[in-house]
Design a binder for this molecule. Structure first.
Ligand code: NAD
Length: 463
């Protein structure tokens, strides 16, 4: 029998069912929230090897990366939420003003209601479940739409989320554009989308029809500025870890390009070559420690960037590719023009152009002349340069002397700015982004000021 399509009618009935659950109030209790978070931990612990296998099928993701960046980061989010939840749920007492004397006031966090999470393929487990940690911690009901481009992980989620979590409140809808479009026609209290900016605009336009607020976790070209007075080996290793060590560059916060001085570029490139060989050997296409490119569309997109006339011949390291196995080696390029494709769009893959300037301070203008990136990195020992970087460069997040690691700090908000996104999450920010902060003012019948009431007189204004 043919399976029924998930269309607008199915989307509407899913929403109705979840709204009923929300209205019944069960997702509001502390105990329910804790049970869901514990259920999520149990799910990933009990099925660790199935997750690793799904990520291998989807991306040939190395087991080490799957465990560290998908499973452990997710468990750590759940554990932070479990530890802090009571505190997060407490109303926050705030001061009142003389105008309302006598009074007291508090800010009461309340769940929004029904929220939609649409996630991307590159960290298909983490990007699907991490927003849900915040959504359920805040007491909402949720629909998750994982990415169809990582089908094995998507079907893992569809199969196991309902087994380990409350299926009357948390649902997974698999599918691609038609299913997502059907979901986007519905009214939600928040839409949390991770992916590219083109679809981000579609999501925001759909949300506008219902005045639904959105979180858009997008991408961009995240630069890494590299100074000369540094431990070059450590810097090169940390660039490698954030670039090729994160899904072979298919990560939203991977360094997209390097800016360094003309004088220092040769040393940096030599060090990168040496350390890349140490990590991935002399035959990087055979390395078991590199993810493959997710599919042939992305493979062709990346090779187009490499083969553009302006760019070919600029490879200083790597460049090997195998279309049958969807593999591209870590590749460093030098001297690519600013108007090349590779410098115009987010690379999202294993290619790393090195751009040179006369003075490193010029890099701030170079970065600020482009759309704001999701992340920006600086490797230096110079205090003044660090300070100038922090005050002059606008990006979702900054890291000094490392790359990508800010993602793992739950006390920092994670999100973009301008075209790299809006809204943020992680730690308490995840709870806040899925909560309404309700303002509550308490007054008694004492101290009633007659001056407030008509008839209005000039004298009353001066009181
Ligand atoms: P993707 O192709 O998986 O798309 C993301 C989601 O959008 C999927 O669930 C997909 O089904 C849905 N979608 C696609 N086309 C749609 C349409 N026309 N209408 C409605 N829904 C649609 O992922 P992607 O966009 O290739 O992801 C890569 C991008 O995401 C990069 O730009 C990357 O930087 C960004 N990203 C950002 C973060 C972050 O946390 N900020 C994390 C990962 C990826």
């Amino acid at each position: 029998m043919e399976e029924k399509k998930f269309d607008t009618e199915a989307a509407a009935s899913t929403v109705t069912e979840l709204r009923r659950t929300f209205a019944a109030g069960k997702t509001r209790s502390y105990e329910w929230r804790v049970a869901q978070l514990n259920g999520m931990i149990k799910m990933v612990e009990n099925h660790e090897q199935e997750i690793v296998e799904a990520l291998r099928l989807d991306l040939n993701k190395p087991e080490f990366e799957s465990i560290l960046y998908e499973i452990m980061l997710l468990k750590s989010s759940c554990k932070v939420a479990l530890k802090e939840l009571k505190q997060w749920m407490m109303p926050e007492k705030v001061k009142t003003s003389l105008t309302t004397f006598p009074s007291s006031a508090e800010i009461v966090p309340e769940p929004l209601g029904i929220v939609l999470v649409i996630s991307a393929w590159n960290y298909p487990l983490l990007l699907s479940l991490d927003p849900i940690v915040g959504a359920i911690a805040a007491g909402n009901v949720v629909v998750l739409k994982p990415s169809e481009i990582a089908p094995a992980t998507s079907s893992f989620l569809a199969k196991f989320v309902e087994k380990y979590m409350d299926n009357s409140a948390i649902k997974v809808v698999e599918g691609s554009i038609p299913e997502t479009s059907a979901l986007l026609e519905q009214k939600w209290e928040k839409i949390f989308y991770t992916g590219n900016g083109r679809v981000g605009r579609i999501v925001m336009a759909a949300a506008a029809k219902h005045l639904t607020p959105v979180v858009l976790e997008l991408g961009g070209k995240s630069p890494a500025i590299v100074d000369s007075n540094i431990n070059t080996t450590v810097a090169a290793r940390r660039i490698i870890a954030g670039k090729w060590g994160c899904n072979n560059g298919q990560a939203c916060i991977s360094p997209d390009y390097i800016i360094t001085t003309k004088d220092f570029a040769p040393k940096l490139i030599d060090t990168l070559k040496r350390e890349l060989e140490r990590c991935y050997g002399t035959e990087p296409l055979e390395s078991k420690d590199l993810s493959r490119i997710v599919n042939s569309n992305h493979f062709d997109r990346l090779t187009r960037l490499l083969d553009e006339d302006k760019v070919s011949g600029r490879i200083v390291c790597g460049g090997q590719r195998d279309r049958d196995k969807l593999r591209i080696a870590p590749t460093v390029l030098q001297g690519v023009p600013q108007d090349s494709l590779i410098m115009s769009e987010e690379i999202f893959g294993p290619l790393l152009p090195v751009i040179t300037v006369d003075r490193l301070e010029e890099s701030f203008d170079l970065i600020n002349s482009r759309t704001k990136p999701l992340a920006a990195y600086l490797f230096t020992n110079r205090k003044k340069l660090k300070h100038e970087f922090v005050s002059n460069v606008s990006a979702g997040g900054l890291v000094i002397n490392d790359s990508a690691l800010h993602l793992a700090v739950h006390t920092l908000p994670f999100g973009g700015v301008a075209e790299s996104g809006m809204g943020s999450y992680h730690g308490k920010f995840s709870f806040d982004v899925f909560s309404h902060k309700k303002a509550v003012l308490y007054r008694s019948f004492m101290g009633d000021a007659a001056a407030r009431y008509p008839p209005y007189t000039q004298g009353k204004l001066r009181l």
